[in-house]
Structure formats: C-alpha cells, structure tokens
Design a binder for this molecule. Sequence first.
Ligand SMILES: Nc1ncnc2c1ncn2[C@@H]1O[C@H](COP(=O)(O)OP(=O)(O)O)[C@@H](O)[C@H]1O
Ligand SMILES: [Mg+2]
Length: 251
Amino acid sequence: MHVDRVQQLDEAARAVGGSEPHRALFFEGQEGIGKTALLTELHRRHSDTTIFYVDLGDMFSESDVLGAVARQASRQGVRMDSFRALRQRYGEAPSVVFNHAEIKKANVDLALNVNSNRRMQNDALTDELVAALGESAHSSRIIMLLDSFEKCQAPLSDWIRRDLLPELLTSGRVGVFLAGRSVPSLQPQHSGLTRTLALPPFDPSIVEEWIALSGIEALKGLGHVIWGGTGGLPSMIKEFLSNYSTAEWPS
Ligand SMILES: Nc1ncnc2c1ncn2[C@@H]1O[C@H](COP(=O)(O)OP(=O)(O)O)[C@@H](O)[C@H]1O
Ligand SMILES: [Mg+2]
C-alpha cells in the first residue's frame, strides 16, 4: 500500500510524459522518509514501459551498474548482443587498486594505464548500453530508477554524476528518478534537465488517510496523535501501525 506523495507522483508523470524541460527528478530526504517506497510505486505504475531499478547501495563499480541494467534490459526483451559482445571483448579484469606497500614506478605506471583503459572501456560500454536502450524504445519512454545514491562512494558516485546521468539525460529517451539522503549536483549544462524535490514528513491529514487505508477502526480520528508521536516519519508510522494491527489489545 502506498500513501500520498501525490505531488511527487504528478511531477514524475509530467517528466515521463515529456511535457517538462526536465528529464530527471531527484528525490531527497532522510532515512525512512519513503524514497524507496516512492521508487517502488513508480515502478508499479510504469510496469508497461521498459523500466530499470538499481539500488546503488549494492553496487561497487561502474561495471556492476552497467551489468545490472543490461541484465534487466535482457529480461525485458531489449537486445543487448552488441553490449555483451563489447563487454566480453574488454574482459572482466578488475581495476588496479594502489597498495601503499607496493608503490614502485613500474607499478604506478601499470595501475594508471589499466585504470585509464578501464575508464575508456566504461565510457564505451555506457554509450553502447544507452544506444541499445534507445533502439528498443520506438514509441515509449524508458525509465531509470536509481536508489540510495548516498550509499555509493567515489569513484562510483563521480561516474554517476559526470558520466552516467549526463549520458542518460542527453539521450532524450530516458526519464531518470534518483533518490538519496543527498543527491548529486550536475554540471550547469545538465542541471537544467533535472529537478530536486524534497520529501517532507507526512502531515496529520495524511496520517489519517493512512489509518483509513489500513482499515484499523480503533485508530480513526487519531491521526494527529500518531503524527505527534512519530513526527510524521513514514517508517515510524508504518512500524506503529503494523505493531498495532498484530498486537493483542485489551478492550
Ligand atoms: N508513501 C508511503 N506509503 C506507505 N508506506 C510508506 C510510504 N513511504 C514510506 N513507507 C514505508 O516506510 C518505511 C520506510 O520507507 P523507505 O521507502 O524504506 O524509506 P527510505 O528509502 O527513504 O529510507 C518502509 O517500510 C515503507 O514501506
Ligand atoms: Mg531507501
């Protein structure tokens, strides 16, 4: 059950419809405010389009993100042959990480070389992936849901900000919804394509709406009390309501 977020869902529908200048919405808010819930609701509402969900908190490298998108694309019938062929050609060799005990000039040269090759390869793979997605979507738009941005660290977060997001936004076919406790700021030439919406806590009337939807008769009219005790934070309201409905209450 998803409660409210009417304004954010309306904005999302407009961004997907292509009537707005922005192609990306960034949802910003504290832990438990409902970012993942909102992306899940967007996924449900757009299950008839090609849609991707990537939890960045689970990803360690650019290659993980590209691989996750490619797998979901294949599952949705997008042809990924050329992407897969390119990936195979590049192999799966990991980036070289500096080990401070081992720094000799030869090793540094090797590491710089491998890492810069890896960067070029990731650029090429990103291009290939976006091209494959573009070819697949003749009429409908593609939607990319990126969750937990705050959990991914540099250099992955830099790649998302500098490479992946600009590439998706300028392709003109992909609507991006990204969520995080903090969200990335893009270069000026791309920031006009994005809009950041803060997710606020629920107010008492929304808590009342949630009570009504959950059908707990005994709590009707007590929205403002629960709001007072939870600060309107969805994670706390949810916990309260689920404890309430499973507990044995003295009558
Ligand atoms: N709009 C909503 N309607 C119903 N439940 C919600 C809503 N927003 C959040 N929740 C519930 O509150 C809890 C925390 O939400 P979550 O989306 O995980 O927060 P975040 O991703 O911002 O940390 C989850 O159990 C989620 O199902
Ligand atoms: Mg979350």
